[in-house]
Design a protein around this ligand. Structure first.
Ligand code: IK2
Length: 413
């Protein structure tokens, strides 16, 4: 029997496992009863269980009983009822670009796929000013680096987080925008920044937008948490809508993983605003070509669920309530953690950032050694940079976590 020659894959180095998924595997293997997973950014209910949104259950029921549904391929750019409603959700009902037919919308493999397709399109067609480069916030969702590298775009970082204030490094951010060559591509988290939970204020966004316009930069918006920051879809879409209203050249990556709890269904979209309807047609045609060669056409189930939710007014209203349930629970956990640390435990340091930061994540400000001690000694799983997913906290475990954090900070774990 012929065997594969030993040298065939000799040159392939062993890659380290993904840090977040490695953390989840370690958490699952841990038998300690009070263990807590604060690693992965997925919503959990007050019993630490994944939550299927009631509105998603309803939409799934409707689909299940629809005699006209089949399993044919979707169009290359996805389910039209889904992509048009998704564009309206993020760009807003008043969007001039939408009214003028200047937006290319493509259904993607969730937010990751939208980032990939956006990066691929820019790599092929954007008139880079010199080197193909993208500016990413420091820090950012780690996958951004690999996504851009995969398509030959070099990621560099711009200052974003200031460890001294555990807040936004606004001066560093705006200086980077000013110093970058004209027409640079800046990736911007539109709300609920991952991993820090630190967003610019509306006034800061306005000033950022002014520089972006003056320097003719390209805004690559990543929107993975619309609704999760404030509990209000419109408020969380504010930065994207503001930039679009000012005519900034931009695209938006959109995910329904978090706000619809459809993580594994991979529902997302890429929206690119073109200057004219004619440019939109050309861009759209090339986007189709790229999509066809990569995935042929996107999966249908999750897009059908979201399409029903977005297009049926009664389901849309219910969804807004479900989003409030999730974001409200997270806000309550922020308050309780803050109360425990500051009032009960009198943990050294200032913990106001816990309630100031928004969205699913919080940058606690603890160092790598303290994070490691929490994992190894307290069975609390979090990334080494001190990021915690607030969704992993609930009324039953927040005290245990606060006490463990308190000890980690005091060096007594
Ligand atoms: N963009 C950002 C900023 C994200 O945070 C995510 C999701 N990250 O996953 C959670 C984690 O860091 O643990 C995405 C895009 C992509 O999300 P998806 O492809 O699931 O829609």
């Amino acid at each position: 029997m012929a065997t594969v020659a030993a040298e065939t894959w000799e040159q392939v180095p062993l890659a380290p496992p993904d840090s977040i998924f490695k953390l989840t595997a370690a958490y699952k293997a841990d038998t300690f009863p009070q263990k807590i997973n604060l690693g992965v950014g997925a919503y959990r209910d007050d019993d630490s269980k994944p939550w299927v949104l009631p509105v998603v259950r309803k939409a799934s029921e409707i689909l299940l009983h629809d005699p006209d549904l089949d399993h044919e391929y979707l169009p290359i750019t996805g389910l039209p009822d889904f992509t048009s409603a998704a564009a309206k959700l993020i760009l807003g009902g008043q969007s001039a670009a939408l009214a003028e037919g200047r937006v290319v919308s493509v259904q993607t493999i969730s937010g990751t796929g939208a980032n990939h397709l956006g990066a691929l399109f820019l790599s092929r067609y954007y008139r880079f000013n010199g080197e193909k480069k993208v500016y990413l916030s420091d820090p950012t969702w780690v996958n951004h680096f690999a996504i851009f590298r995969n398509v030959g775009v070099n990621p560099v970082t711009y200052p974003y987080y200031d460890p001294k204030t555990i807040g936004l490094d606004y001066a560093g951010f705006t200086k980077a925008l000013e110093d970058a060559p004209e027409r640079s591509v800046f990736l911007l988290h539109s709300c609920a920044h991952n991993p820090t939970g630190v967003d610019p204020t509306q006034e800061q966004w306005k000033a950022i937008c002014e520089i972006v316009i003056r320097k003719k930069h390209y805004a690559f918006f990543d929107t993975a948490y619309q609704g999760f920051a404030s509990g209000d879809l419109d408020r969380d879409g504010w930065a994207v809508r503001y930039f679009a209203s000012k005519g900034v050249p931009m695209l938006v990556c959109q995910s329904f993983a978090k706000n619809a709890g459809l993580y594994g269904e991979r529902v997302g979209a890429l929206h690119l605003i073109s200057p004219t309807k004619e440019a939109k047609d050309r861009v759209g045609s090339q986007m189709s070509v790229l999509q066809r060669s990569e995935i042929s056409n996107p999966p249908s189930y999750g897009a059908r669920v979201v399409s029903l939710i977005l297009n049926r007014p009664e389901l849309f209203e219910e969804w807004k309530g479900d989003i409030k349930t999730m974001s409200g629970r997270i806000i309550e956990m922020r308050k309780e953690l803050h109360r425990l640390l500051t009032e009960e435990l009198k943990t050294p340091g200032n913990w106001d950032h816990i309630v100031k930061q928004i969205g699913m994540f919080s940058f606690t400000g603890i160092n790598e050694g303290q994070s490691k001690a929490l994992v190894e000694k307290a069975h609390v799983y979090l990334t080494p940079n001190g990021r915690i997913s607030m969704a992993g906290l609930n009324t039953k475990n927040v005290r245990y976590f606060a006490e463990a954090l308190d000890k980690a900070v005091r060096g007594s774990l």
